[in-house]
Design a binder for this molecule. Structure first.
Ligand code: NAP
Length: 275
């Protein structure tokens, strides 16, 4: 484990691997914009080091908390003092922060980060189709349920896992195999890595979706995925993965540093992240 020494207040993102994380760029940008004298690092933490990491940081009063990424989003729940209702709701944690009494609390900002860009839509009673049944999918399902949807179709290679997620989220719906034709939907979400650089392509035809459907890809590298390009070619509205990435980071930033990030600077931040 790399231990960044800092005499300033700091937060970090932990995972294995971690070099690919864009969180240091995002938080660093906001710290600079707001003139906050603090730091945000990436810290490589292997699974067997996770408990030790939390115990060391607990005693470091400069440490404001951390974002948590693959593969620690489930395991970290065992090491915080106050996991809230995360275990029973989303079932995965992406942010740890220090409370006023020093206790470590955990939360998940992915669901709110996912929903923020589509919050203006009318989703009560709508039908969504989601591809993938991993950690991000849990946050998406939680958000969709909160938004008043109760019918979600999951397209996944592991039907049992996908059915379990629907049940845990309190949603009705069906699970289809990866080669199924895309059913009618008001919202299509790709919560799998398919279409990401270095991953297989996402083989799905969005041509049959209704004109009002919105297509949302959580993948942000590349930003313009084949899915989003095809959706735009069909005249459909789209949301890319950077919106969620920035949204979930903004909520964590407030928990770490007590200030709201300057969202009016989003265009500059997006340029930085895609440079
Ligand atoms: P994860 O926990 O590893 O889950 C990935 C899901 O995709 C699993 O259900 C997995 O199937 C499925 N999958 C992977 N490869 C597949 C393949 N070749 N064919 C069919 N299904 C496949 O990952 P995650 O954390 O949910 O992340 C998923 C994607 O969302 C990633 O691209 C990640 O970068 C992105 N993401 C973006 C944000 C954002 O802020 N924009 C936030 C979180 C995640 P199994 O269940 O069978 O393993």
């Amino acid at each position: 484990m790399t231990t960044p020494a800092s005499t300033k207040p700091y937060a970090e993102v932990i995972g294995d691997p971690i070099a690919q994380s864009k969180s240091p760029l995002i938080h660093g940008f906001w710290l600079e914009q707001l003139g906050i004298d603090a730091e945000y690092h990436a810290c490589h933490v292997k699974s067997e080091e996770l408990q030790d990491y939390v115990e060391r940081r607990r005693d470091d009063t400069n440490w404001r908390g951390c974002n948590v990424t693959i593969p620690h989003k489930l395991a970290i729940m065992d090491f915080v003092d106050d996991p809230g209702n995360v275990r029973d709701s989303i079932g995965a944690m992406n942010t740890i922060f220090r409370q006023e009494d020093g206790a470590l609390a955990g939360t998940n900002t992915d669901a709110a980060g996912f929903f923020a860009p589509i919050a203006d839509g009318e989703w009560q009673g709508a039908h969504a189709v989601m591809i993938g049944a991993g950690g991000a999918a849990r946050a998406v399902l939680f958000a969709l349920k909160q938004a008043g949807m109760d019918d979600v179709t999951i397209i996944a290679r592991n039907a049992l896992k996908a059915s379990g997620l629907l049940m845990q989220a309190g949603l009705k719906g069906q699970v289809l195999p990866m080669d199924a034709s895309l059913p009618q939907a008001d919202l299509l979400v790709n919560a799998s890595p398919l279409g990401m650089s270095g991953q297989p392509a996402l083989d799905i035809d969005v041509g049959a979706l209704p004109d009002h459907a919105l297509v949302y890809d959580l993948v942000y590298a590349p930003l313009e995925t084949e899915l989003l390009k095809s959706a735009r070619d069909h005249g459909l509205e789209t949301v890319d993965g950077l919106d969620m990435l920035i949204g979930q980071a903004a909520l964590a930033f407030e928990l770490f540093f007590g200030q709201t990030p300057p969202m009016d600077k989003d265009d500059s931040l997006r340029k930085l992240l895609t440079a």
